[in-house]
Design a protein around this ligand. Structure first.
Ligand SMILES: Nc1ccn([C@@H]2O[C@@H]3COP(=O)(O)O[C@H]3[C@H]2O)c(=O)n1
Ligand SMILES: [Zn+2]
Ligand SMILES: [Zn+2]
Length: 254
C-alpha cells in the first residue's frame, strides 16, 4: 500500500511565507491530518481537500500553529456537515486543549460543554502503536519541547519519524534508525539562534552522516532559502508538494 505525505505548510510559528507546519497523510484508504493550526483550513482549501474527506485529526501538542484551526474545523464539520470529526489525542492533552484553548470559543449552554460534544475523541496511549485510519498506524513518542507542556512526536507505520516541535534528541534519532528500522525522518528545525525549545540546524549537522541522510527539514522560518546550501545532505520539505514516503527514503535527496 502506498502512503503519501503533503505538508499543508512548512513554516515556523512566526513564518509569513509558509503556512503552519501541519501534514496530510494519505494511505489511499484514508486520510489523517497531523495537527490543525490556525492556517490549516485555508491551506486545505488551496489544496482542494474538503474537510469531510479527512478521516481523523491527530494533535502533537498545544500551540496555535498546531491546534489553532480546531475551532473552525469542529464548527464546520458539526454545523455544515452534521457530524463530529475524529480527534486522536494523547490523554494528557485533552484537559488543556478544552479548558485552555477551545472552551472560550466553542462552549454553548446546554449544547457544548466538553471536547466530546464537538469531536469524536480517540484517546491514544503513548508508546502503543495504534491504527488511526486504514493503512496508517502511529505510535506517540513523548519528546521535550516546552517545560511542563506535553508534546508527542510520531513514529508512523514503523518506518517514518515525524518530529513534533522538540529540542534536540540525538539518542532518540539513533535508536529509531539503528534499533527500530526507521527509514526517514521529518524533523523540525530552527535555522538561527539558540534552540531553547526547538532543534537547531547546527545540532542536526552534528549527527552522523548516516542519520543526516535520512532527514528532511520542516517548521522553518521565512529565511529558509539562505540556508539551502548550509544544510549539507539534509534538504527542506516543500509545502504542499506530495511526497510518496518511499521517495523520502532515498538517501540522495539533492
Ligand atoms: N519558551 C518559548 C515559548 C515559545 N516560543 C516561541 O513561540 C512559539 C510557539 O509555537 P512553536 O512553533 O512551538 O514555536 C515557539 C517559539 O517560536 C519560544 O521561542 N520560547
Ligand atoms: Zn510549532
Ligand atoms: Zn510548539
Amino acid at each position: 500500500m502506498s502512503l503519501t505525505i503533503q505538508m499543508l505548510g512548512t513554516g515556523s510559528a512566526f513564518a509569513k511565507n509558509y503556512y503552519n507546519n501541519n501534514a496530510l497523510l494519505d494511505s489511499g484508504e484514508g486520510k489523517l491530518l497531523i495537527d490543525c493550526g490556525t492556517t490549516a483550513s485555508l491551506a486545505l482549501h488551496q489544496m482542494g481537500v474538503p474537510l469531510p474527506e479527512i478521516d481523523a485529526i491527530l494533535i502533537t501538542h498545544i500551540h496555535a500553529d498546531h491546534v489553532g484551526g480546531l475551532e473552525e474545523f469542529g464548527f464546520q464539520m458539526n454545523i455544515l456537515h452534521g457530524r463530529k470529526p475524529v480527534l486522536c489525542i494523547a490523554e494528557p492533552l485533552i484537559h488543556p486543549l478544552w479548558e485552555n484553548t477551545l472552551k472560550g470559543g466553542m462552549s454553548q449552554q446546554g449544547m457544548i460543554g466538553k471536547l466530546e460534544d464537538v469531536f469524536e475523541v480517540n484517546v491514544l496511549t503513548p508508546g502503543e502503536p495504534t491504527s488511526l485510519v486504514s493503512g496508517i498506524e502511529v505510535e506517540l513518542i513523548p519528546t521535550r519541547h516546552i517545560p511542563g507542556k506535553d508534546s508527542y512526536s510520531l513514529f508512523i507505520n514503523d518506518r517514518l519519524f515525524y518530529s513534533a516541535d522538540m529540542t534536540f534528541d540525538p539518542d532518540l534519532l539513533n535508536q529509531l534508525v539503528h534499533e527500530r528500522g526507521c527509514r526517514s525522518i521529518l524533523h523540525e528545525v530552527q535555522l538561527q539562534g539558540a534552540g531553547e525549545v526547538h532543534t537547531t540546524l547546527d545540532e542536526l549537522l552534528s549527527l552522523p552522516i548516516q542519520l543526516q541522510e535520512r532527514i528532511r527539514l520542516m517548521h522553518y522560518s521565512d529565511d529558509m532559502e539562505q540556508f539551502k546550501e548550509k544544510a549539507g545532505v539534509m534538504s527542506f520539505l516543500e509545502q504542499q508538494r506530495v511526497y510518496n514516503i518511499v521517495e523520502l527514503e532515498r538517501t540522495e535527496q539533492k
